[in-house]
Design a protein around this ligand. Structure first.
Ligand SMILES: [Zn+2]
Length: 245
């Protein structure tokens, strides 16, 4: 199934890509279209809660043994005996985002902020995710900003939102849009900005084998989208000017 083209509404995602962050395997251009808003019924990555799984732990471990055989090894040899169990356990950690509703992290807000109505930015939020095409790690950093109207959240909550979406199978563009959309819908600030800078191990360890390449995506909503000064201020806060860091 094509990653982006099959669904309904689309918006433009601004992709900031300095020349050194070319992504030759799957070229990304400014103006790429992704689905927005994502329809939870079509995308388990946006569902409110984990879907009841009809897969048992035993079946999951058997599937790992199959992959070990496929790789050319013997799942019955001593060093691999506990591997299926470990992999299944690791999956519970890597994909724990399906058990969370990131919007819930934003429900507790603080209103006594003495009229503070300027930008709030949390930068360098490290995250680990997995690409939905190869199950390979995506390692990167997210920078999140919003322009509060009358409520702010504890800043750790923004990092939790990032993790809630990162700990699912992802495409970086989708991850970026989901974080921004979640904050916009839940907090209803004047605007939201999300920039993600990440490297994709499906690209560094296989395929074109290009190391040291990172991909930068950004999603700007509200005042960050419409007001160039606000956007520039945010990019200065996170240390990206003219697309370079
Ligand atoms: Zn991949």
């Amino acid at each position: 199934m094509p990653a982006y083209s099959s669904r309904h509404e689309t918006i433009r995602v601004i992709i900031d890509m300095p020349p050194h962050t070319q992504y030759p395997k799957r070229p990304v251009q400014a103006g790429i279209r992704v689905n927005f808003p994502f329809d939870p019924s079509e995308d388990p990555g946006m569902s409110d809660h984990a879907k009841p799984s009809d897969v048992t732990r035993e079946q999951a471990e058997a599937a790992v043994r199959t992959l070990l055989r496929w790789a050319g090894d013997d799942p019955a040899r001593e060093g691999l005996l506990d591997t299926p169990k470990r992999v299944v356990k690791a999956y519970s950690d890597w994909f724990s985002g399906y058990d969370s509703d990131p919007a819930e992290f934003l429900l507790r807000t603080f209103e006594e902020v003495a009229g503070y109505d300027q930008m709030v930015v949390l930068r360098d939020i490290q995250f680990e995710s997995h690409c939905e095409h190869h199950l390979a790690p995506i390692i990167g950093r997210a920078h999140v900003g919003y322009m509060p109207t009358n409520r702010v959240v504890g800043i750790s909550k923004l990092a939790r939102v990032v993790d809630g979406f990162a700990r699912r199978l992802q495409v970086q563009e989708k991850l970026t849009a989901q974080i921004a959309q979640c904050i916009q819908e839940t907090l209803q600030p004047a605007g939201v900005a999300v920039v993600i800078d990440a490297s994709h191990q499906c690209m560094t360890t296989r395929g074109v084998h290009k190391r040291g390449v990172s991909m930068v995506t950004s999603q700007m909503l509200g005042s960050f989208r419409h007001d160039a000064r606000t956007r520039t201020e945010f990019l200065q806060f996170i240390g990206i000017q003219g697309g370079h860091r």
